[in-house]
Design a protein around this ligand. Structure first.
Ligand code: ADP
Ligand code: ADP
Ligand code: ZN
Length: 218
């Protein structure tokens, strides 16, 4: 079992790389963003509570996201977990450490995806996803082959996220620098940190990640 965290600002490419690892290695992607959006679209009490916070680009409470991860960790089966967009605060990182220890698991690597802010604006404002299979696209760097249709599943249900605008991105970046970037130091001191060049092409980023994973597998 190989358990990893993908760490990086909004638009760094976490979801894109996580989906590849699911396909190529049979790992399980645990994206708190996806879980929260699911709760919003199914209209649960929790979903209603977090909608405004998410649209503003602020973080939802640690309690909510830790609860979500706890729920999924027990149920999922695979060759390891990819934590995508979690943890995002120091209390979340502590909670994850405890959860893994309690279930006799460990973290193999924390992969920091390095990008610069300027690239993130283009990444976020060009992003769209398939509402049916979850494939992630980009107007310029990863367009669909046939207009309006998902390459993977043929669906025409292509969507843009409500929070993928410059205003919300500004807030999300501020949250990232204030609350999430301290995790880089936290995991560096724990000896778990690896970095990849998130500005490279998707295949090249995937190759850099594969090198880390093959070295840390166990
Ligand atoms: P991105 O792919 O742009 O990094 P996500 O889909 O991971 O964004 O997250 C979208 C939003 O969901 C965040 O802006 C935040 O409001 C909320 N969210 C997701 N994960 C967490 C988390 N671990 N802690 C707090 N809020 C979260
Ligand atoms: P995150 O999950 O970190 O928020 P995504 O994986 O959703 O990031 O990627 C954000 C946007 O950037 C998407 O539109 C995606 O297609 C595009 N993208 C991802 N990785 C790369 C890359 N290495 N080069 C160019 N575009 C990329
Ligand atoms: Zn699709």
């Amino acid at each position: 079992m190989t358990n990893i965290i993908l760490l990086g600002p909004p638009g760094a490419g976490k979801g894109t790389q996580a989906r590849r690892l699911v396909e190529e290695r049979g790992m399980v992607q645990l994206s708190t963003g996806d879980m929260l959006r699911e709760a919003m679209s199914s209209g649960t009490e929790m979903g209603k509570k977090v909608a405004d916070v998410m649209n503003r680009g602020e973080l939802v409470t640690d309690e909510i996201v830790i609860g979500l991860i706890e729920e999924k960790l027990g149920a999922a089966q695979g060759t390891g977990f990819i934590f995508d967009g979690f943890p995002r605060t120091l209390p979340q990182a502590d909670a994850l450490g405890k959860l893994l220890a309690r279930t006799g698991q460990k973290l193999n690597a924390v992969i920091e995806m390095r990008v610069d802010d300027e690239a993130l604006v283009r990444r976020i404002t060009g992003r769209f996803t398939c509402g049916d299979c979850g494939e992630v696209y980009h107007d310029e760097t990863k367009p669909v082959k046939e207009a309006g249709k998902c390459d993977e599943c043929g669906s025409s249900n292509l969507k843009r996220r409500a929070d993928d605008n410059e205003e919300s991105l500004k807030q999300r970046l501020m949250e990232y620098y204030k609350k999430t970037s301290p995790l880089i130091g936290y995991y560096y001191h724990a000896g778990d940190l690896f970095s990849v060049d998130g500005l490279a092409e998707i295949d090249e980023v995937a190759a850099q990640m594969a090198a880390v994973l093959d070295q840390q597998a166990g």
